[in-house]
Design a protein around this ligand. Structure first.
Ligand code: FAD
Ligand code: NAI
Length: 471
């Protein structure tokens, strides 16, 4: 091993949380190195998560729309053919461009990029097994762990990423499966079900709970989403649990039964997607060498300044508490560096938006109705349907609604839930409103350009404290 190099900060894991922290540290003048083992920066999000899935969602939607939704718009198309190889290539091009972009940003901000797997030697020393062979060690005054997460496996179903797949396989299938079963109707399950169903697969989503969308999605919105996705051809089995699976034959067999118990049923398919959640990834880090522990869910335990019990070792992103979202990790990346350099940092965990990129999109921020009821908060509801919005009507894309939840007494916005075209962009306005402590009346009295989808947002706000104009 070469002699240890002294750094102000060593970051283990170059995903969104880690690379943002690295860039911010470079900008603040810290001597920083970021260790990443996958051979590319950007982590799960850029390489096998957010970015490739959104590329496939976008292009499969264009394909689907070209097949089914052009005639009434006055567009006559000839034969429409899927070129899956090219669709995957387009995805790979987007991914490569973005991951290379981060390498450029590292150089620009004096971040040293070390390609290899890091593990603790002691509280200040990280040994790196280099991807190109050999080893090196780094010494850090500060260390940030940002090693991310991995798909939670399903007991008894061995993942081969060809027929028994996680999202890693689902973004890289070489042909459209005839029949696909998706275990878990959370965001990964629904986004991937959308992609493959649009491309021609018969998709069945099996969900243990009584509603789809995973934790956080408002029940009204979840029901609408399910109805619309079912109309697009996705089959749903709710209140149903998968007990086991057998992929030994050509025909994969998935055994399901009612969540409360009862008569079992066998589902046959060609590909099964396991999408039952993700778990923190800290394998091979040598946590035991420094006496760091994880909780019962595998998360690194930290305080409000991201410090583990060894104060100069911090943890951010998917490997610790909070929603497993890229933008949450980014916020933590910046805040952790500010704690190191300035002794303060801030992330508002009450204002982190969530988006499901199906068509239409679903997006929300703040609390949902069930959460408010449980907390005993008195609230008012205001809704507005996209079917009454002029832009949605001109776009012939009118499914969905905006739903505001505001405090009954103060009118302060507590949550916004949207299903509809471009919901993922629109939620930014709601997030800003919550961050600034706005009331629904603040939004209702703010001019929104006409004709835009955002007018539905304004009118839902109006409906919360008064009445909407256009319904
Ligand atoms: P990761 O991105 O997982 O990065 C951790 C990195 O650390 C990895 O690259 C890993 O190789 C590296 N590493 C681990 N151990 C070591 C070690 N010992 N030495 C060196 N390197 C190591 N979130 C959104 O907000 N929006 C989306 O649209 C979205 N879509 C998603 C779609 C899919 C299919 C999936 C799976 C996830 C999606 N997510 C999305 C979630 C998002 O990808 C994660 O929240 C985000 O990547 C977490 O960032 P992170 O930096 O904490 O971890
Ligand atoms: P999830 O936790 O959102 O959903 C998993 C679903 O599987 C739950 O609804 C659960 O009830 C169900 N389930 C669990 N065991 C089951 C069983 N045996 N049978 C039937 N159903 C079962 O997890 P998911 O979808 O895997 O996503 C993981 C994380 O990745 C999310 O929490 C999210 O943070 C992130 N992500 C974010 C995206 C975005 O922001 N657009 C996109 C994709 C992932």
């Amino acid at each position: 091993a070469t002699p240890s190099e002294e750094k102000d900060l060593v970051i283990i894991g170059g995903g969104v949380a880690g690379y943002v922290a690295a860039i911010k540290a470079g900008q603040e003048g810290l001597k920083v190195a970021c260790i990443e083992k996958r051979g590319a920066l950007g982590g799960t999000c850029l390489n096998v998560g957010c970015i490739p899935s959104k590329s496939l969602l976008n292009n499969s939607q264009i394909y689907h729309q070209t097949l089914h939704d052009t005639k009434n718009r006055g567009i006559e198309v000839g034969e429409v053919k899927l070129n899956l190889k090219q669709m995957m290539k387009a995805k790979d091009t987007s991914v490569a461009g973005l991951t290379k972009g981060i390498e450029y940003l590292f150089k620009k901000n004096n971040v040293e990029y070390i390609k290899g797997a890091g593990r603790f030697e002691d509280e200040n020393t990280v040994a790196v097994e280099l991807n190109d062979g050999g080893e090196t060690t780094l010494r850090g005054k500060n260390i940030i762990i940002s090693t991310g997460s991995e798909a939670t496996p399903f007991p008894g179903l061995e993942i081969d990423e060809k027929r028994v797949i996680t999202s890693n396989g689902a973004i890289a299938l070489e042909e459209v499966p005839k029949r696909m079963v998706v275990i878990g109707g959370g965001i990964i399950g629904l986004e991937m079900a959308s992609v493959w169903s649009r491309l021609g697969s018969e998709v069945t989503v099996v969900e243990f709970l009584s509603q789809i969308g995973g934790p956080g999605m408002d029940s009204d919105i979840s029901k609408q989403s399910q109805k619309i996705l079912a109309k697009q051809g996705i089959k749903f089995m709710l209140n149903t649990k998968v007990n086991s699976g057998d992929a030994s034959g050509d025909n994969i067999k998935i055994e399901v039964e009612a969540a409360k118990g009862g008569k079992g049923q066998t589902l046959d398919c060609d590909v099964v997607l396991v999408a039952i959640g993700r778990r923190p990834y800290t394998k091979g880090l040598g946590l035991d060498k420094v006496g760091l522990e994880t909780d019962d869910k595998g998360r690194l335990v930290i305080d409000s300044e991201y410090r583990t019990k060894i104060p100069h070792i911090r943890a951010i992103g998917d490997c610790t508490f909070g929603p497993m979202l890229a933008h949450k990790g980014e916020e933590e990346g910046v805040a952790a560096i500010e704690f190191i350099t300035k002794n303060y940092g801030h992330v508002n965990y009450g204002a982190i938006p969530a988006v499901m990129y199906t068509h239409p999109e679903v997006a929300w921020v703040g609390q949902n109705e069930a959460e408010l009821k449980e907390a005993g908060v008195k609230y008012r509801v205001g809704t507005f349907p996209f079917s009454a919005n002029s832009r949605a009507k001109t776009n012939l894309d009118t499914d969905g609604m905006v739903k505001f939840l505001a405090d009954a007494e103060t009118d302060r916005i507590l949550g916004v839930h949207i299903i509809g075209p471009n919901a993922g962009e629109m939620i930014a306005e709601a997030t800003l409103a919550i961050e600034y402590g706005a009331s629904s009346e603040d939004i209702g009295r703010t001019s929104h350009a006409h004709p835009t989808l955002a007018e539905a947002f304004k009118e839902a706000a109006m409906a919360t404290y008064s009445k909407a104009i256009h319904v």
